[in-house]
Ligand binder design. Structure first.
Ligand code: A3P
Length: 325
């Protein structure tokens, strides 16, 4: 039997198994030996029971704010670096480890709300995330929101313009979405952020590789926008969250904002900030036609997938598919 000092042993090991260099966190409480060495003051309950995974610009902040009104659920505390989102599973934060993540959540033993959740809209289309989430919290429920991918792409572009992103300011939407490999890298990057998350079926399939479909809830973002009371009713049924919260008493349409908002008093509502539900020029017809064509095959796949999952096909998807190019 031959051995080497521990550091060299480690180097040799990762040389033999390079794919193991990237850690995958598992739940310490699922393993007897881990619990035995887990400090007394740590609790595996400080992990979310459900995740709102995105994608960005589909109404994730509205859903987050509606959920936060519910007395039976609590989210993480806000992250100072990524605004309210923790973005643990989709970024280098993952390497900060489990303790770092759990610190964002209250111990349910100390709060009246029992169900913890997290919303990070960057999770939906990130290749690593489904596996990472499943390894740590395999029983978690996964919630995503889908709107017309063309609309989502345009909303992202407008979002970047309002953040004074130089590329978005200097290039038209059409030149971004039609950029080819001869265009500068920053243009291609913005193009990718506009277009890739909207290839919904291919991202959903990645989640479904890990999570059984009964744990995945797909929200039609148009319904969330136009009839959030109904969506929140359905979502509560899916989550089995107690007590039942009657959103018809807590949400109403605000004609000034043009969206549903939280009821504060008879006359006052609390709406999302100006960065949510922006007003901007409608998309030009040439870009719309280009995107209809571009997304067609992805939308066909999405409609097949939704049928397989027994999930209603949203109106916007039926319309997109009935349009002849
Ligand atoms: P726009 O600002 O382009 O209209 P996210 O929170 O995921 O970034 O999504 C932002 C989008 O949520 C907004 O995009 C808006 O259309 C949509 N939205 C849906 N319901 C909303 C609500 N009640 N209040 C504000 N925005 C809402």
């Amino acid at each position: 039997l031959l051995s080497v000092p521990p550091v060299q042993l480690g180097i040799n090991y990762f040389h033999m198994f390079p794919e193991e260099k990237d850690p995958i966190w598992q739940n310490p409480c699922d393993y007897k030996r881990h619990i035995a060495i887990w400090s007394q003051n740590k609790s595996c309950n400080r992990l979310p029971r459900f995740l709102v995974v995105g994608p960005q610009k589909t109404g994730t902040t509205a859903l987050y704010s509606f959920l936060s009104m519910h007395p039976g659920v609590t989210s993480n505390v806000n992250s100072p670096t990524t605004f309210e989102e923790v973005q643990f599973f989709s970024s280098n934060n993952y390497y900060k480890g489990l303790d770092w993540y759990m610190e964002f959540f209250p111990d349910p033993a100390n709060t009246s709300a029992t169900m913890l959740f997290e919303k990070s809209a960057t999770y939906f289309d990130n290749e690593n995330v489904p596996q990472r989430v499943f390894s740590l919290i395999p029983r978690a429920k996964i919630i995503c929101i889908l709107i017309d991918p063309a609309k989502r792409a345009y909303s992202w572009y407008q979002h970047m313009r309002s953040k004074a992103d130089v590329t978005a300011l200097n290039y038209t939407f059409y030149s971004i979405i039609t950029a080819d490999e001869r265009m500068p890298r920053h243009v291609r990057e913005l193009q990718s952020r506009c277009l890739v998350p909207g290839m919904y079926a291919q991202h959903l399939v990645r989640w479904l590789d890990y999570f059984p479909s009964r744990q995945v809830f797909i929200i039609d973002g148009e319904q969330l926008r136009n009839n959030p009371i109904h969506v929140m009713h359905k979502l509560q049924q899916f989550l089995h969250v107690q007590p039942y919260f009657d959103y018809s008493q807590h949400l109403r349409y605000d004609s000034q904002k043009g969206f549903f908002c939280q009821v504060l008093t008879d006359r006052r509502n609390k709406c999302l900030g100006r960065s949510k539900g922006r007003t901007y020029q409608p998309m030009d017809e040439v870009s719309a036609a280009h995107l209809r064509h571009f997304y067609r095959k992805y939308n066909i796949n999405l409609s097949k997938l939704l049928n397989r999952l027994n999930t209603p096909v949203p109106d916007w998807l039926q319309e997109a598919l009935s349009d002849e190019d």
